[in-house]
Ligand binder design. Structure first.
Ligand code: FUB
Length: 320
């Protein structure tokens, strides 16, 4: 009986345009490290692209993917917008990225692995006049290289760029692994304009994201390992940041849990990744190195603090 109902209901749902968005969002491709950008009436969702043949060894990520939606439920796929080696100085590893728009130019800040001339992970910037690319290296060299910071001996401590632009136009790059850091950017966003400063965030691992709502700035980040998402609040982009606790729990079988937070058409959303895609049609299942993006509503309390995310398999379809 249940199957009969489903068989009848699904074509009706689809023909009325109400495509049910479930979590994970996409099951035919592995998507990680979401970074969403609201531009005009559209949300652009940029993701890394996990292709690890073995889910027990390490990440394998060559390019970044883009998707867009005007309702957060129906998503259009735009395919790869850039690969790590499009930066001539990079060896590969298309890790977490962040997109912003200023004066009609789209700036794609990305993590990649630098070649032997500056070993370790680095941050590059690519630009395009279109949110879906093609994107080209905007500087010809890395914006941040491993030798610029010395707080940890790790060569992957300068990853996961997140940009925040103040109302007066001042732009800041937040980044880091194990030690959270930020630095002011030049007006053209293509060079550093000041010293790199560290931030005090408890249990910090990686994946910074900065946003503002009313009078509060929020910095959310992956904390501990396996990762949860924690957050702190401040009245200034320069802190001091007041720790507010866990925002999202460990995302099932994914040790990483990389978030993006946006407001779109009056609602707030928390976008993250899990390893929850089941095996299908001979294709491998999700997992720690084969991640998939998911979306939940983000709810603010009256005092500005955030309600704990409830991870669901229904995703936003339950709210439509
Ligand atoms: O996807 C590779 C790395 O895993 C990212 O840069 C981190 O944020 C973590 O999600």
């Amino acid at each position: 009986m249940k199957n009969k109902l489903t068989a009848l209901a699904l074509p009706l749902l689809l023909s009325s345009g109400m495509v049910a968005a479930q979590n994970p969002l996409f099951t035919d491709v592995f998507t990680a490290d979401p970074a969403a950008l609201v531009h005009k009436d559209t949300v652009y969702l940029y993701t890394g692209h996990d292709v690890a043949p073995n889910n027990d060894i390490f990440f394998e990520m060559h390019d970044w993917l883009a998707f867009s939606s005007t309702d957060m439920v129906n998503w259009k796929k735009h395919g790869p917008i850039m690969k790590a080696t499009d930066f001539k100085w990079a060896k590969g590893d298309a890790w977490a990225a962040h997109m912003i728009e200023r004066d009609g130019t789209f700036y794609f800040f990305t993590t990649v692995r630098h070649d032997e001339t500056k070993p370790g992970f680095a941050i590059g910037v690519a630009t395009s006049k279109s949110p879906t690319g093609p994107f080209k290296d905007a500087i010809g060299h890395a914006l941040v290289t491993n030798d610029m910071t010395t707080q940890t001996p790790n060569d992957w401590d300068d990853i996961d760029p997140a940009i925040y632009i103040e109302e007066n136009g001042d732009a800041y790059l937040f980044f880091g692994n194990l030690v959270p850091k930020y630095v002011k950017l030049s007006d053209d966003l293509l060079s550093l304009d000041g010293e790199i400063k560290t931030i005090d965030l408890p249990n910090f691992t990686e994946a910074l994201w900065v946003h503002k709502k009313d009078e509060y700035y929020y910095v959310s980040y992956a904390c501990e390992f396996p990762e949860k998402i924690c957050y702190s609040m401040s009245k200034s982009i320069h802190g001091p940041w007041q720790y507010k606790g866990i925002l999202n729990e460990i995302a099932g079988n994914s040790e990483t849990n990389h978030q993006s937070i946006i407001e779109f058409k009056g609602k707030s959303y928390f976008i993250y990744h899990t390893g929850a895609v089941p095996p299908k049609d001979g294709k491998p299942s999700g997992g720690r190195f084969r991640r998939s993006v998911a979306i939940e509503p983000l709810i603010y309390n009256d005092d500005g603090t955030l309600q704990r995310i409830i991870m669901t398999t229904e995703g936003l379809s339950k709210d439509k």
